[in-house]
Design a binder for this molecule. Structure first.
Ligand code: AMP
Length: 186
C-alpha cells in the first residue's frame, strides 16, 4: 500500500480526490484541515485557538502540526500506507515528517502535485462559499501557499518522488489521471 502525500493549492479539488484515492488504495486519508476542523467543533481550548488562526487564513504552528501527525501516523491503520492531505505545508513540517518517517523506518513513495492555476482556484473557492472562504482569507492562504508550500515541490523533485497531475477537468478525468500516474510510479 502506498505512502503518498498530495500537494496542491486550496481549491484544486485535492480534498475530493484524496477521499477517492484513499478508498481506491485502501489507505487512511489523513487531512490536517479535517483534524483541525474536528478540534474546532469539539470546542476544546486548542480548537478555539485553531479556529482564530484558520479564519484568518494563517497557518497553525509547525510544532503543533508535527505533534498531530506524529500521533496520527502512530495509529495502526497508518502502518501499511497513508495519504497525507494538507501536510506538510512548510519546509519545517517537511523536515519533521522526514525525520519522523526515518525514525519509523518508513519512506514516502510519492508526492503528487495537483496543478491548477491561481485564478481558477480563486473562482472555485468563492463559488463553494465555505465559512472561512472570505476573499481576504482566500488571498492570504494562496500567498502562504506560494511562499511556504510551493518550495516543497522543488524539494520532492530533488528527491525524485514528485509527480504533477493536471487538475483542470471533471472530477472523473482528474481521478483517472491520478490513478494512472500513481500506478505508473509505485
Ligand atoms: P485545509 O482544509 O487543508 O485547507 O486547511 C484549513 C486550514 O487549517 C488552513 O488554512 C490552516 O489554517 C490550517 N491547516 C491545515 N493544515 C495545516 C498545516 N499542515 N499547517 C498549518 N496549518 C494548517
Amino acid at each position: 500500500m502506498p505512502r503518498l502525500l498530495i500537494l496542491g493549492r486550496q481549491g484544486s479539488g485535492k480534498g475530493t480526490q484524496c477521499v477517492r484515492l484513499s478508498e481506491h488504495y485502501g489507505v487512511p486519508h489523513i487531512s490536517t484541515g479535517d483534524i483541525l476542523r474536528e478540534a474546532v467543533s469539539a470546542g476544546t481550548d486548542f480548537g478555539l485557538k485553531a479556529a482564530k488562526i484558520m479564519e484568518a487564513g494563517d497557518l497553525v504552528p509547525d510544532d503543533v502540526m508535527l505533534g498531530i501527525i506524529r500521533d496520527r501516523l502512530a495509529e495502526p491503520d497508518a502502518r501499511a500506507g497513508f495519504l497525507l492531505d494538507g501536510f506538510p505545508r512548510t519546509s519545517a513540517q517537511a523536515d519533521g515528517l522526514a525525520e519522523l518517517l526515518g525514525s519509523l523506518g518508513r519512506a514516502l513513495d510519492l508526492a503528487v502535485n495537483i496543478d491548477v492555476d491561481t485564478e481558477v482556484v480563486v473562482e472555485r473557492m468563492l463559488a463553494r462559499g465555505r465559512a472561512d472562504d472570505t476573499e481576504e482569507a482566500i488571498r492570504q492562504r494562496l500567498n502562504l501557499y506560494e511562499e511556504q508550500t510551493a518550495p516543497l515541490l522543488e524539494r520532492y523533485r530533488d528527491e525524485g518522488i514528485l509527480v504533477t497531475v493536471d487538475g483542470v477537468g471533471t472530477e472523473e478525468e482528474v481521478f483517472a489521471r491520478l490513478l494512472a500516474t500513481v500506478d505508473a510510479h509505485t
